[in-house]
Design a protein around this ligand. Structure first.
Ligand code: HEM
Length: 380
């Protein structure tokens, strides 16, 4: 029987065995790993909802777009849609993302070795979320502190414990900051309040931007670095033709979507590809499984930066909850990857680990080396 540890390590054999859908005891629910069926489930929120008391994030931060369906979901999401659209994202974020990446890379450039998860991908994703909440990028450590405390609390609640004191305090600080920002700044949160959301609702959705934008973006960047640096032939193709980088990123999202699963709860008895799903059952959609469906992606385990249909991956989910921040995440990832690949002779340290994790999949580190030009000896 497949265990949770095996799924976290490498879920693909188990996902292939149940494709398109099957019951996994380790998860206590159905797992959908066929692409077509995954889309069907995510586009039918009346039958497969996120709005269930078992959803632990909502217990800590309150109802938000992530935990609601139907008209309530539209009311929470619509005020943020324009700000995260492609044109607005480029206009608002291109410059701060470029500056943040440049200063992070400048800090390590002379070292010749680094863990790019801790020095680039992680700090960039936190700084950008801080910026989107109306904080200067320099407040990244404050935002990371809130995120970690609230996230620990959510994990505890999911395991049946009470909200932690640290989690409650961090949420109170986030609340105070966002409520203050609504009055004074021209940030996204102020815009959302202007569009009709109450303060508590704006705060809950701001917390969801933290949950949506930190671990996932860090994972997206580290996974792509890992794929490129462990497939030197593919890296050479990208270095020879940098226009391939965007597709190399999509192909990485297909093979290892940073959020590997999304959970839904059945609102009625329903049959899924012959499986008898009962009302109340957990239905986990495996975005990782959908990305390796051989009916859509031939030779699905291969990393191929020229794959014609790589963008058909479901790393952003599908349907009403499709990722709000996808344009921003792509902008961050491409900017960070371009800067990293410009480090001369960039190579992976052989001790660098592969991606793993049940929900958020990424390597624990991306240890790399590059060539640093020696300063010429002083003239005498
Ligand atoms: C700047 C970075 C990001 C931000 C601000 C962000 C924000 C969000 C928000 C607010 C939602 C909820 C939308 C809704 O429920 O209507 C969401 C959903 C989602 N995001 Fe993102 N996100 C970011 C990056 C990413 C990345 C890098 C990934 C994965 C590669 C990702 C994967 C997802 C998925 C799978 C969902 C759907 C959740 C579900 O259906 O239950 N996000 N995102």
């Amino acid at each position: 029987m497949t265990t949770v540890a095996e799924l976290a390590d490498d879920p693909h054999a188990a996902l292939a065995a149940v494709r398109p859908v099957g019951w996994l005891d380790a998860l206590g629910g159905w797992v959908v790993s066929g692409r077509e069926l995954a889309v069907r489930v995510m586009r039918d929120p009346e039958t497969f909802t996120v709005d269930d008391p078992r959803f632990s994030t909502a217990q800590v931060v309150g109802p938000s777009m992530l935990s609601l369906d139907g008209t309530a979901h539209v009311a929470h999401r619509a005020p943020f849609e324009k700000a995260f659209g492609l044109a607005e994202t480029r206009a608002r974020f291109t410059e701060p993302v470029a500056q943040t990446v440049a200063s992070l890379v400048e800090e390590i450039a002379a070292d010749g070795a680094a863990d790019l998860r801790r020095t680039l991908a992680g700090p960039l994703s936190v700084a950008v979320v801080a910026y989107s909440l109306g904080l200067p990028p320099a407040s990244a450590s404050t935002v990371l502190g809130w995120y970690e405390a609230i996230s620990d609390s959510v994990t505890g609640v999911a395991a049946g414990r009470q909200v932690t004191a640290a989690g409650a305090e961090a949420f109170a600080r986030l609340h105070a900051h966002v409520a203050g920002g609504i009055e004074t700044s021209d940030s996204l949160v102020a815009e959302a309040a202007g569009a009709g959301l109450g303060v508590d609702e704006v705060v809950a959705n701001a917390a969801v931007l933290m949950f949506g934008g930190i671990e996932t973006t860090e994972g997206m960047i580290t996974n792509c670095l890992w794929h490129l640096l462990t497939h030197r032939d593919q890296l050479e193709l990208v270095l020879a033709d940098p226009t391939l980088l965007a597709n190399a990123l999509e192909e990485s999202l297909r093979l290892e979507p940073a959020a590997a699963v999304v959970d839904r709860y059945a609102t009625r008895d329903v049959e899924l590809a012959g499986c008898p799903v009962r009302r109340g059952d957990l239905v986990t959609v495996s975005l990782a499984g959908a990305g390796r469906d051989p009916e859509v992606f031939p030779d699905p385990d291969r990393y191929d930066v020229r794959r014609a249909n790589a963008r058909r991956h479901l790393a952003w989910a599908s349907g009403p909850h499709i990722c709000l921040g996808m344009h921003l995440a792509r902008l961050e990832a491409l900017t960070a990857l371009r800067a990293a690949l410009a480090l001369p002779g960039l190579r992976l340290d052989p001790s660098s680990p592969p991606p793993r994790g049940l929900v958020f999949r990424k390597p624990a580190a991306v240890k790399v080396r590059w060539d640093v030009e020696q300063a010429p000896p002083p003239q005498v």
